[in-house]
Design a protein. Structure first.
Length: 306
């Protein structure tokens, strides 16, 4: 189980998640990636999931990335790949995720859900209006269905925000309403909302330490400005790895999928940005310690096997 909090507002779309994968109610992988950023032909989304850690023998985030990229991610051997990839529109991408899961009893049994926060526009118009969206895939009777939580029509769409938990909410209805009130009171201040959500996840981790982790990933998506995706690894304590014979403080990044590029999850030292292509992004990390000689580096993140 896990906890992913996704928010869609007329001003920003944000997803904050923990990084813990558990097995049998016990911590299994404290640094599992649970997010995929997708630049579709008519939208920009960040996906989060809960439930099974593996689907079809792949880590679930890799399975999601592979499905929305038209099968281009499962065999990715390096950190970055460039070319023409069969990434489609948002509707086709959502269908590519839900269709193969319809017959999966295990996905339902383990409380599987997928959430996508972000933006959509008309791919047929050069200057199409951009609207915030919050998609949620969950059981509806005998089938899995995508629900759109943001009102479609103006003026209501311009006046409300929507937020949903994916996974173990670990709070009662009163606490959830109080969290909604705090997020609503923050208005367009996404950094305040980010801090509120990180605090909520860490509070939930104290209540359910075997299934929710305190280390967080925050992803802000915005198609109209650089970077389109602002990614922040927010650990509860510093993380260390070895590079070039040095012990260094490291951060992590998620899958990023676009029609012209695919970037696999990576371990990074210092910040990193991509300033060209259909999906620009910036990875914001804590400043390297003063005595650390290596200030910037990245490599692919080793993924667990099923």
């Amino acid at each position: 189980m896990t906890l992913v909090l996704s928010v869609a507002t007329p001003a920003f779309s944000l997803q904050v998640s923990d990084r813990l994968v558990s097995k049998g109610g016990e911590p299994h992988d404290p640094l599992a990636n649970k997010n995929v950023v997708l630049r579709a032909t008519d939208g920009l989304l960040v996906f989060g999931y809960t439930g099974l850690a593996f689907l079809d023998g792949l880590p679930t985030d890799t399975w999601i990335a592979d499905r929305v990229s038209g099968g281009a991610c499962a065999g990715t051997g390096g950190v970055m790949a460039y070319g023409d990839f069969p990434v489609r529109d948002v509707g086709s991408s959502l269908l590519a995720l839900s269709q193969p899961l319809q017959g999966s009893a295990a996905f339902r049994e383990f409380g599987g859900e997928i959430c996508a926060a972000g933006w959509q526009w008309s791919g047929k118009r050069k200057r199409a209006l951009v609207r915030d969206v919050l998609w949620l895939l969950q059981p509806d009777g005998e089938r899995l269905r995508w629900s759109q939580l943001v009102p479609r029509h103006i003026p209501e769409r311009k006046e409300v925000f929507r937020m949903t938990p994916t996974g173990n909410r670990a709070m009662n209805d009163l606490a959830w309403q109080a969290l909604l009130d705090r997020v609503g009171a923050a208005g367009a201040d996404w950094e305040s909302v980010e801090a509120i959500l990180v605090d909520a996840i860490r509070g939930a981790a104290e209540q359910s330490p075997g299934t929710i982790g305190a280390h967080c990933m925050s992803i802000l998506v915005r198609p109209w400005t650089f970077p389109n995706a602002l990614i922040k690894f927010i650990p509860a304590s510093p993380h260390h790895g070895t590079a070039f014979g040095q012990t260094v403080e490291v951060s992590y990044s998620p899958w990023m999928v676009a029609p012209d590029a695919i970037h696999a999850p990576a371990v990074t030292v210092g910040g990193l940005s991509c300033e060209q292509g259909l999906l620009t992004y910036a990875i914001k990390t804590p400043e390297p310690p003063e005595g650390q000689q290596l200030k910037a580096a990245f490599q692919s993140q080793e993924r667990p096997t099923n």
